[in-house]
Write a protein that binds this ligand. Structure first.
Ligand SMILES: C[S@@+](CC[C@H](N)C(=O)[O-])C[C@H]1O[C@@H](n2cnc3c(N)ncnc32)[C@H](O)[C@@H]1O
Length: 209
């Protein structure tokens, strides 16, 4: 079995999915607060883990449809167990090979895309399943400029594609997106990198036609 899937299957069973929810929760919530959800929207979370972002967004009244996908089957089992709202849907698949016919207004992903076999392929798929004018919000703590996290790949011992902020922007541009970036810092964190660099969000807009 694929090593990434195997690792996250284990995490789903040993409580680390909830630890990620805690670890990522503060910065993701801060980021989501910068967005407006005042019009009806459809939403996809790529690499949704135990589904905590899907649950959070599903509770918004303008959320018309929401799906979380993950290549770890056990993460999807956890996510389904935690479902609180009948809008939430979870699917076991990787983004690259997912054959989905519809299109989303908003696509989100936290700490997931750099585990893909090919970031280029993942971005190409995400671009394809976004509506024109739709947005992809991609959060990563693991990027070259953030030196403290760049060593995670040695600890994880699975494929993790390390890129700088500039390289991430180029990857998005090459996939067709208009790109902006945003750092969300946690000034009260005990971790120096969270105070100084924080989570890098890459915001990709699919141009209107
Ligand atoms: C570090 S976890 C983050 C989970 C969640 N986004 C969070 O913040 O708690 C990365 C997740 O991405 C999933 N993943 C990795 N590569 C993927 C891919 N190509 N397609 C879909 N899911 C993927 C993993 O199985 C794992 O559950």
């Amino acid at each position: 079995m694929d090593k990434v899937r195997k690792t996250f299957d284990k995490w789903a069973e040993n409580g680390r999915a909830e630890l990620m929810e805690e670890e990522h929760g503060k910065n993701v919530s801060k980021f989501l607060q910068t967005l407006s959800f005042d019009k009806p929207f459809t939403f996809l979370d790529v690499g949704c883990g135990n589904g905590w972002v899907v649950r959070k967004i599903a509770s918004k009244k303008n959320c018309k449809k929401i799906i979380g996908i993950d290549k770890s089957k056990k993460m999807i089992i956890q996510a389904k167990k935690k479902t609180v709202n009948n809008k939430e849907k979870f699917i076991h698949t990787d983004i690259e090979s997912w054959s989905y016919k519809g299109k989303f207004d908003l696509i989100f992903s936290m700490e997931s895309i750099y585990y893909a076999d090919s970031i280029e392929k993942a971005l190409k798929k995400i671009y394809k399943i976004l509506k024109p004018g739709g947005m992809f919000f991609c959060g990563t703590d693991f990027y070259t400029d953030n030196k403290a996290t760049a060593r995670w790949a040695n600890i994880m011992k699975i494929q993790m594609h390390l890129h700088s902020k500039k390289e991430w922007k180029d990857l998005f541009q090459n996939a067709g997106f208009n790109v902006k970036t945003k750092h969300i810092k946690d000034l009260k964190s005990k971790k120096k990198w969270k105070r100084e660099f924080g989570t890098l969000f890459i915001l990709g807009k699919k141009p209107e036609k």
